[in-house]
Structures are given as structure tokens and as C-alpha cells.
Design a protein around this ligand. Structure first.
Ligand code: HEC
Length: 439
């Protein structure tokens, strides 16, 4: 046994905590299948109450160790690698010590996921997506996705999951499936697969130990690419949750991804300033699309061509082709089609209109700008934000552009003129309760 493991066990033996030790293990390895929205074995492992109540076989605490060691079958986590010996030992010690709940009272309220969340202030908006038929606008909330009628006239559903943060929202082309990616920082990453018509969670796929960024769907909707803070780009099969690819050619966080038109290649960008082209079949690195400048946080692909726009720290949107027109030279920028004007803030989100004719550039600046893709000419400026814009999307018919960001307000603009037609907070805000000390 390695010395660090021995030290680890010695520390654990002191006093394993449900909240600090056991719960993170269950979150990362178990809640994909055992949460209020997908209760396999009729078991919810997201809270102590759920664990104590148990599933079909009654209280789960006495069963935990047997299931994770495989003494009881099927071994948990079902169909995945067994938990590490240290994790099993930690659970065993906690159970043996009486399986006590030490969740702080204030966290309890926050954790209980079976009642709808109450908001006292608008949640940050990290992602926005129009349904392909143009009827719905999906907006990221806090630990849920908020569905709204696309014209902003009212709410159309709440999709509650376990991830605190939703960073990407992607409708499959047929409009039946909504894929979300995000996670809870420093705890777990998650891909959620929702059935849009029934508003039910079909699958929750736990991925790694931190929030996922910049997810994109393959054109056929069968695979999702995600960026990770362990510097990897991963590809996951939507139908099974299986990890198909994990590639490590980035040297820092991967923040955004996009697939080529035919689904055979992926472009990923991140803090290492590179836009990397990867073969989606085998994960092989093909080449850097760009010349390195500032850190990159956004990428979008032209709807019909293998052209991508990238942007980030240096505030300039660069429009590149994925393929080099002639033999590659190192540090050659021959793939650059056009540089657009410098923005007034860091670039955080990019989107093309469905016909590819227009391009939206959003970020920390004071306005979101729309450009003519072919000429680079600025067509409109969308105003009204009080802070950074993290998400921008064109309606499928191209007439509207929606934005959202730090101020928690969705704004809908007429794309041609840039005039705002609607502005709303996507959740109902409750007045802060008076201090309970008065009771
Ligand atoms: C991929 C899905 C999946 C994952 C991940 C998973 N489980 Fe399960 N779990 C199931 C299914 C399905 C059942 C029902 C199995 C049966 O009864 O045959 C089940 C049943 C159980 C039961 C028995 C519930 C009862 O009362 O019948 C326990 C306890 C359990 N799981 C614990 C865990 C723990 C702990 C983890 C993480 C270490 C975990 N599971 C991860 C799918 C999963």
C-alpha cells in the first residue's frame, strides 16, 4: 500500500463525515442514476433523507457497503468501474460509526431537490437555446433549465436536475431532445438528456470532478463533445453515457467545442489560446487552426461550411477555415479568412444565424454586435445589458436574437434593427423572508 493511502486512511478513521466525505462520492458516482428525476431502484442518493429512506429494499445505509463491494449484486455504480478502495473504506467507516447526518442546516434547504427552487435574485444565465421549431427558448437557471415561450410571453416548464450550473444547452435537430451540460464546481460534471415533450430527464451522465464547459452536439445528435477543467476534450455517446474519446492535447481548460459539418472533426478552444482540430473518430490531433494570441472562450461554426469563428481575451473575433488552403507551415495564419473589429470587452459567446449570413459577438463589452459574415460589416448593436453577456442565440428563422448573462435578464431583439422587443427575468422572484430570528 502506498504511504499516502495509509495516511489517508488514518485521517479518515478519525471521523468520517457524511457531508464532507461520503456525499461527494455519491454525487460523483451515483446520483446520475439515483436522483429525484431518475430514481433507479427507487433510490435518491442526492440527500441524506433519500439515503436513509432507501429504495425498494428499504433503508440504503446498511446496504451501501455490500452494493459498492459487489457482495450484493448488481455491484454499484452499475456498469462502471468499482469505487476506489479508499472510497469504499470511507463509506464503511462512516456506516460503522452510525451513519450520522452532519449536513449543515443551511445546506439542507439548498440541497433538497424535490421541491421547486425559490429565487431571491435572478440566476446568472450561462446558456440559451431556441428549439428548432422556434417555439421554445431554453434558459439556464440555478440547478435547473427554464423553458420559456420563444417570444418571451411566459414560462413553459422547469427541468430540475442536480447540477448547480448549466453551461450549455443544445437541442437535437429533431427538437425532441434537449442536451444540457454543466455540473457543480469542484464536485462533478454532468451531461443531462431531456425529453422535450414530456419534460422528463431521460439520462444523467456524470463526467469527471468539475463543471463541464462549451458542449456541442455532433450533427446527427448521437454524440456530445465537452470541455473539461482537467484540460481534456471528451466525447460522450448520448444514448448510453459511454465516454468514446478523452483527448489531452490542450494545455489548459477547454472552454468551448464545435463539430465540423460532417461530424468527422471537432474544433476545441480554451485557456491555452489554441483552437485545436481533432479527428472525432479516433481523437487524433490534426493541427492548430489558429495562431496563438489570447485565451479563447468561444467558438461557433458556420451552419453549412467548415468555417469557425473564435474569440476570447484579446477581444477580436477571428474567422477561420478548418482546412488549410495550402501546405501547412508552422505558425502560419493562412487559414484566417477575416478578423472582425475589436470589441469593447472580452468575447464570451458567439453564434451564427441559421442561414450563416450573420454572426453575433457577445461578452464583457457594453453591447452585443451583429455582423455580416461575408463582409465583416457591423449590422446592429444590441444594447441594454448591465453586465457581461454569456449567451447569445438566433431564433431559427433569423428574425430574433436572444441574449443573457450576469444580470440574469433575457433580452430579445429584432435581429435586423437591433431594437429590443422583450426583456424578462426567467424566474419568479420571491421577496427575501424576514429573518427567522424574529419568530
Ligand atoms: C448507471 C446507473 C447506476 C449508477 C451509476 C448507480 N446505480 Fe445503484 N442502482 C441502479 C439500478 C438500476 C438499481 C436497481 C438494481 C436492481 O434492483 O436490480 C440500483 C440499485 C441500488 C441500490 C439498491 C436499492 C434498493 O433498495 O433496491 C443501492 C443501495 C444502490 N443502487 C446504490 C448505489 C450507489 C452507492 C451508487 C454509487 C456508488 C450507485 N448505486 C450507482 C443503477 C445505478
Amino acid at each position: 500500500m502506498h504511504i499516502p493511502v495509509l495516511i489517508g486512511l488514518a485521517l479518515m478513521a478519525a471521523d468520517p463525515s457524511y457531508f464532507h466525505d461520503v456525499r461527494p462520492i455519491l454525487q460523483r458516482n451515483c446520483q446520475g442514476c439515483h436522483q429525484p428525476a431518475v430514481k433507479q431502484g427507487n433510490l435518491d442518493l442526492t440527500s441524506f433523507e433519500g439515503l436513509a429512506k432507501g429504495g425498494g429494499r428499504g433503508a440504503a445505509i446498511p446496504l451501501l457497503v455490500d452494493y459498492v463491494t459487489g457482495k450484493r449484486e448488481p455491484r454499484m455504480p452499475l456498469g462502471m468501474n468499482p469505487l476506489a478502495a479508499e472510497q469504499i473504506e470511507l463509506i464503511r467507516l462512516w456506516v460503522t460509526a452510525g451513519g450520522k447526518d452532519d449536513t449543515p442546516a443551511e445546506a439542507k434547504e439548498r440541497i433538497s431537490s424535490d421541491k421547486p427552487l425559490v429565487y431571491y435574485q435572478p440566476p446568472l444565465i450561462n446558456a440559451l437555446a431556441y428549439s428548432p421549431d422556434g417555439s421554445l427558448l431554453a434558459v439556464s437557471g440555478y440547478r435547473e433549465i427554464l423553458l420559456h415561450k420563444a417570444d418571451g410571453s411566459g414560462a413553459a416548464g422547469r427541468l430540475a436536475g442536480v447540477s448547480d450550473r448549466i453551461d450549455s444547452l443544445l437541442f437535437a435537430r429533431d427538437g425532441k431532445t434537449l442536451v444540457a451540460a454543466g455540473g457543480t464546481p469542484a464536485r462533478f460534471g454532468e451531461v443531462q438528456v431531456w425529453d422535450v415533450s414530456t419534460r422528463k430527464l431521460v439520462r444523467s451522465i456524470m463526467v469527471g470532478g468539475d463543471t463541464l464547459f462549451g458542449a456541442s452536439l455532433s450533427p446527427d445528435g448521437t454524440q456530445v463533445a465537452v470541455g473539461c477543467t482537467d484540460n481534456t476534450l471528451r466525447v460522450i455517446e448520448v444514448a448510453t453515457g459511454k465516454e468514446l474519446l478523452r483527448v489531452s492535447h490542450h494545455e489548459n481548460w477547454v472552454l468551448a467545442t464545435v463539430w465540423g459539418v460532417n461530424g468527422k472533426r471537432i474544433v476545441s478552444v480554451g485557456r491555452d489560446r489554441a483552437a485545436k482540430l481533432t479527428d472525432a473518430a479516433n481523437g487524433q490531433f490534426i493541427e492548430n487552426v489558429n495562431l496563438l494570441r489570447g485565451e479563447l472562450s468561444a467558438v461557433a461554426r458556420h451552419p453549412a461550411r467548415d468555417f469557425v469563428v473564435i474569440g476570447g481575451e484579446d477581444r477580436v473575433p477571428y474567422y477561420y477555415r478548418m482546412d488549410r488552403p495550402r501546405v501547412m507551415k508552422i505558425a502560419d495564419d493562412s487559414t484566417l479568412i477575416r478578423k472582425l473589429e475589436i470589441q469593447s470587452g472580452v468575447i464570451l459567446a458567439l453564434a451564427f444565424s441559421a442561414d450563416g449570413s450573420r454572426l453575433a459577438v457577445a461578452g464583457a463589452g457594453d453591447e452585443v454586435r451583429l455582423y455580416n459574415t461575408e463582409t465583416g460589416e457591423r449590422l446592429a448593436a444590441l444594447k441594454g445589458h448591465r453586465a457581461g453577456v454569456y449567451a447569445v442565440a438566433f431564433a431559427p428563422d433569423g428574425t430574433r436574437t436572444a441574449t443573457g448573462g450576469f444580470d440574469g435578464t433575457v433580452r430579445i431583439y429584432e435581429a435586423a434593427s437591433g431594437n429590443m422587443v422583450k426583456e424578462f427575468i426567467p424566474v419568479q422572484l420571491e421577496k427575501k423572508l424576514l429573518s427567522s430570528k424574529q419568530e
